[in-house]
Ligand binder design. Structure first.
Ligand code: GDP
Ligand code: MN
Length: 378
């Protein structure tokens, strides 16, 4: 899960990482108001996408009037598909140097890679390509005590001056605490700026979290921004379905993530395009099948739906009952192609046949006919 810069800043503050002052607003007038008394102001788009600066989403302003004008321009932008609805106005810090301080989970090492460079400000991904040696790296281990001396000599590679180094030590430790306490997968301060007065400040922040650990952190889960997911994805998550929207026209209801992936591959192989990835899960709750179909059929692009069930724990009769519930609750005209094999397949087929629905057992045949059916309707 991603969060906005202002939310990352809130977390930085909570963990004691110094940031310049900021106010979240949603109109040019509010932006102007918030900036009164500041020598210079940075106006920043709050969108869940990187590279805002390059897209015109970060602007400096010298007067409240200019803040209002730039806020108006930024609020009209769309950055990487996200319309800018909220902006952050910050008390601009004078910058003597821009560092980058970031952490990312390293699964292979079972640790956290701390990264540092004195060429901050720019996208670290770009720097990693153009000058990889400029990025210093060290691994921190969540379950071991921090080696202060090692951390200090690491940070000194980019930040040798003692006072700044001590500030960076505190910031790095706090960022690590934040990272561990929230089950983050990435936490970045870029720029981590040095002011001419010798103060080290976070001027931008980015934190991503491990979705699978969110249940342990209701306060973090509550930061979720609905624009990160499509409406369908939100509803599917609430119904405990694993669902991802795609661009094609063939809806898929499959049990098991592996089979769902394979189903999408086979659809592609025969020249079709899946409208979604959907795993109804291992267990077989008829209501869940019905909910899955409802979400899929709401998508106007869907021209046909493939139900692909390989029953293990999942029972084919439960799936069949779920389909009948869905058919009763929804009035759908989109053709369904059903492939049903495994546990209780005869019972499942009998239930469907009684209701006038046919189910096959061959996946290739099912995929070919769902593609055909979708073509006829498109
Ligand atoms: P990003 O492009 O989305 O990463 O946005 P940032 O918040 O990192 O801002 C991009 C650039 O704007 C920074 O690298 C700085 O050069 C500049 N900038 C951001 N905040 C400040 C500030 O408080 N003072 C000054 N002087 N420049 C800033
Ligand atoms: Mn940045």
């Amino acid at each position: 899960m991603k969060i906005h810069e202002y939310q990352a800043r809130d977390l930085f503050r909570q963990y004691g990482i110094p940031v310049n002052d900021y106010v979240l607003v949603s109109s040019p007038a509010e932006a102007r108001q918030a900036s009164v008394g500041w020598k210079q102001t940075v106006v920043k788009a709050q969108v869940l996408a990187g590279g805002r600066g390059k897209a015109g989403g970060v602007k400096l302003a010298d007067t409240p009037e200019e803040v209002e004008e730039k806020a108006g321009k930024i609020l009209g932008l769309e950055i990487k598909g996200y319309p800018v609805e909220k902006i952050l106005v910050c008390d601009a810090a004078p910058i003597a140097k821009e560092h980058y301080l970031g952490m990312v989970l390293d699964r292979a090492k079972q640790g956290v890679t701390l990264m540092l460079t004195d060429q901050g400000g720019v996208d670290i991904e770009d720097l990693a390509v153009s000058d990889p040696d400029a990025i210093h790296k060290i691994t921190l281990y969540p379950h071991r005590p921090l080696d202060d001396a090692a951390l200090k000599s690491f940070l000194a590679k980019s930040i040798p001056e003692e006072n700044q180094l001590n500030q960076a030590m505190e910031a790095a430790k706090s960022l690590f605490e934040l990272f561990k306490a929230t089950d983050a997968s990435l936490a970045e301060i870029n720029p981590y700026a040095l002011t001419p007065d010798g103060e080290m400040l976070a001027l931008d922040g980015k934190v991503n979290f491990d979705d699978n650990a969110l249940f342990r952190h209701p306060e973090i889960a509550a930061l979720r921004n609905p624009e990160e997911e499509s409406q369908d994805e939100i509803e599917a998550r609430e119904k405990n379905l694993s669902f991802v929207s795609l661009d094609g026209d063939i809806g898929c209801v499959v049990n098991g993530a592996g089979l769902a992936m394979a189903t999408m591959d086979i659809i592609k192989h025969y020249g079709g395009d899946a409208a979604n990835f959907l795993d109804v899960g291992g267990s077989s709750d008829p209501q869940k099948v019905a909910e899955a179909l409802k979400i899929i059929l709401r998508n106007p692009r869907v021209n046909a739906v493939l139900i692909n069930i390989f029953g293990g724990i999942t029972r084919c009769d439960d799936i069949a009952n779920g389909l009948l519930i869905a058919r009763k609750e929804l009035d759908f005209k989109v053709p369904l192609v059903i492939r049903l094999v495994g546990t209780n397949q005869d019972e499942g087929r009998a239930i469907l046949e009684k209701a006038g629905l046919k189910a096959g057992d061959n996946l290739d045949e099912a995929v070919k006919s769902v593609i055909e059916a979708a073509k006829e309707r498109s």
